[in-house]
Design a protein around this ligand. Structure first.
Ligand code: AKG
Ligand code: FE2
Length: 206
């Protein structure tokens, strides 16, 4: 009996692991394609200047239990922040709304659409494009009666290179952000807390 249970459990977890592995590969491919399209849109000749921003990936599952105290002034699922990575692809797993973006100083809900991915421009894309693409500040609110789940796939460059405004994009303008090595940037990212656009503020020149 115990053996049957454990083999069933391992069959289940194999299914889960395979499913997650396939999902992460496909989503990483989509992130690369989106970055390629951005490069083209910005006139960046070597697309790899942008596509390298999807070379590494981290996947996180967010679970928000029902919260009777849910009220934006008292309890939040996730505090306002921009993603400090390059590009986030987010799947809202449940039909329960919760994600909101900051637009014109107000919070706008992003309603879940079945099978649709939400794409969040992250701080690293803002830096490389010298602010032509801006990272989006967002937050998650809890629901009083229903639980909610989201899966976020964060994309960044591999360690070893640098993050800084691309010369081709800056052109005759001034670079508005510092250039920093990826390892240093990652330390900065991991040492900070979720607090609005604090990382991009630290990257701004002046
Ligand atoms: O749950 C959500 O919709 C937002 C998740 C999020 O912003 C994050 O994981 O960084
Ligand atoms: Fe986020």
């Amino acid at each position: 009996m115990a053996r049957r249970l454990s083999s069933r459990r391992s069959r289940h977890s194999t299914g889960f692991v395979n499913c997650l592995a396939n999902y992460s590969v496909e989503v990483q491919r989509v992130a690369g394609e989106l970055l390629r399209a951005m490069a083209e849109n910005l006139g960046v000749r070597d697309h790899s200047d942008m596509t390298r921003l999807a070379a590494s990936q981290a996947v996180r599952m967010n679970y928000y239990p029902p919260c009777p105290e849910a009220h934006v002034d008292r309890v939040l699922g996730l505090s306002p922040h921009s993603d400090a990575v390059a590009l986030t692809l987010l799947l809202q797993v449940c039909p329960v709304p919760g994600l909101q973006i900051n637009r014109n100083a107000g919070w706008v809900p992003v309603m879940p659409l079945p099978s649709a991915l939400v794409v969040n421009v992250g701080d690293v894309v803002e830096v490389l494009t010298n602010g032509k693409y801006k990272s989006v500040e967002h937050r998650a609110v809890d629901n009083a009666r229903e639980h909610r789940m989201s899966i976020t796939a964060f994309h960044s460059a591999k360690f070893g290179g640098t993050y800084g405004p691309l010369e081709e994009v800056v052109g005759d303008e001034e670079a508005r952000y510092r250039t920093i090595n990826v390892n240093e940037y990652t330390k900065l990212m991991l040492s900070g807390k979720l607090d609005g656009k604090n990382i991009i503020d630290a990257m701004k020149i002046n």
